[in-house]
Structures are given as C-alpha cells and as structure tokens.
Design a protein around this ligand. Structure first.
Ligand code: PMP
Length: 281
C-alpha cells in the first residue's frame, strides 16, 4: 500500500514527519475524508473545494488546485486497488523553528494522503445511542482544522458511556456531533443547524438536504434546542463515515418510537441510491 507524501507515491515506512512540523506541534493544518464506493470518489468536488476553502481561512497555501488533487487521490485509489473505503488527506503549514507566528520566509506546506478499507453493505442502519455534552470548542468550527481536542474529548465521553456519538450544544442550542452533523424530524419536517461558524457544513448533510428537496421531504435550516431534540420524532446523524445514521436513545431517553423512523429510513435508502447512481456498484 502506498501513500502520498508531498506529491510522491511512497511506502508508509519511507515517510517521515519533522518534529517541528506545525501540524504536529500546533495542529496548524486542515484535512478531509472522502468516501470511495466501487473504486470511485464520492462527492469529491465538494470535499476538495471545502479543503481549499478551509486552507484559505487559515492563510495556508496548498499549492494545488482541486482538479490536481482529484487526479492525485484517484491515482492513489487505483494504486492501492481500493474498492470501498476512504481517502484521508491533510495539509499542514510545514516545518519551521517553533514559533506561534507564521514563519517569515515562506515554507512548503506538507501534503499527506492515504487510504483505508471500509466494508460497504448499503443496508439500512440500526438505531444508535448518543449523549449530550456542552460544546467547548472554538468559534470557527466551519474550518476543518487538525485541532480536534474539543471533538476528541466529547467523543471519548460518549465511548466511556457505551455510546456512538456525543451531541454538542452551546447553552441550549444543539450545534453538531463530535464528528457529525445532527438533524431532527418533527411533524414530518427535517430541521438542521444552518451552516455558519458554529458547525462544519457537512457534505453528507448537504447531500441529504438535496435528497429532501428532490423527494418532497420538507426541511428547514434552523437551530433547535436540547428539549426540541429530546421531543423530536426522529434524530439523525450524518457524516462521511456514518453516512445517514438514526439516533434512537439520547442520555438514556428514548427518541420517538425508539426505533429508526420512516424519514430516516427513507433518506438512507435515497442516499444509497445516490451512491449507486454516482459510483455504480
Ligand atoms: N461535523 C464535524 C465536526 C465533523 O468532524 C464531521 C465529519 N467530517 C461532520 C460534521 C460531517 O461532515 P461530512 O458529512 O462532510 O463528513
């Protein structure tokens, strides 16, 4: 298996990270995870645009266009004969003597990409459990930054309680999961936090909203409260890894009927059709 290290296809054992890489020391970088179905990159354009956008927001020059990156990672998928899985990619600002401020002389950003196998069944998922936790992260959650301590600490709390996801809230308002977006369904209307600085504008979320639009499912991009979520008919988490996953128990309390709801199931079905349409099977 190969990985990409600064544009070169090399073995993992041959790659090395400088101890003063700013990603390693400060989390000074950005990343993306792109799903591969049937050997094809799914929604890669949106992921690559978001990667370049995130980099811009921290004044990091990636030195590649989205089209150039797409060619490179498609080559990696082919080289590694990946059929179902993910491509992880990240850019750090590069290596320089440790100092919070950017290096005065321009340094080369460091680009890494590698693949991982994930089995894909396309089946309807069972309901998962979640906890709620205060969102302690910074105010630029729109940037897909390598700084993930807030997210990691939230997820760890969930895992220690035997749960799948931690749903974060700022005061009374639900923002997003530790590595996912959260939506609710109430009276047949899907409600999800608007894309702003407090959440990552998830691509699975965007595909789901498109599917709502084209299939007559009403939705609103509006924030909702903890109690609105606890009293919702359905709660849905979305991410590249989790796709569209029903949440049926939160903080030990049953959501709706306690089983995946009809709109969640319908959206999962439509999502798998969308994957087949774009990637085949
Ligand atoms: N929010 C956060 C904090 C995430 O880490 C993720 C996963 N990348 C998401 C939302 C979902 O985004 P996407 O659907 O693009 O994977």
């Amino acid at each position: 298996e190969k990985l990409i290290f600064n544009g070169e296809f090399i073995d993992r054992s041959a790659s090395k990270v400088d101890v003063e890489d700013r990603g390693y020391q400060f989390g000074d970088g950005v990343y993306e995870v792109i799903r591969v179905y049937n050997g094809k990159l799914f929604t890669s354009q949106m992921h690559l645009d978001r990667l370049i956008d995130s980099a811009k927001k921290i004044s990091l020059d990636v030195g590649y266009t989205a089209a150039e990156l797409e060619i490179l990672i498609q080559q990696l998928v082919t080289e590694n004969q990946l059929t179902y899985g993910t491509v992880y990619m990240q850019f750090t600002r590069g290596a320089a003597p440790r100092n919070h401020a950017f290096p005065v002389d321009k340094i080369q950003s460091v680009f890494v990409a590698y693949t991982k196998v994930i089995p894909y069944g396309g089946e309807v998922k069972s309901g998962k459990q979640a906890i709620t936790t205060e969102d302690i992260r910074w105010l630029r959650c729109d940037i897909k930054s390598l700084n993930l301590l807030g997210n990691i600490l939230a997820k760890q709390q969930a895992v220690e309680k035997g749960c799948f996801e931690a749903i974060q809230h700022r005061g009374d308002t639900i923002t997003e999961g530790s590595s996912s977006n959260i939506s609710i369904v109430k009276d047949n209307v899907l409600i999800t936090h608007p894309p702003a600085n407090l959440i990552l504008n998830g691509i699975t979320r965007r595909v789901m909203l498109h599917l709502c639009q084209t299939n007559g499912i009403s939705y609103r991009e509006e924030s909702f409260t903890i109690s609105e979520m606890m009293n919702a008919d359905e709660v849905i988490m979305t991410s590249t890894s989790a796709e569209i996953t029903p949440i049926t128990l939160i903080d030990g309390k049953v959501i709706g009927a306690g089983t995946p709801g009809p709109i969640t199931n319908k959206l999962q079905q439509l999502f798998h059709q969308e994957i087949e349409m774009q990637c085949g099977r």
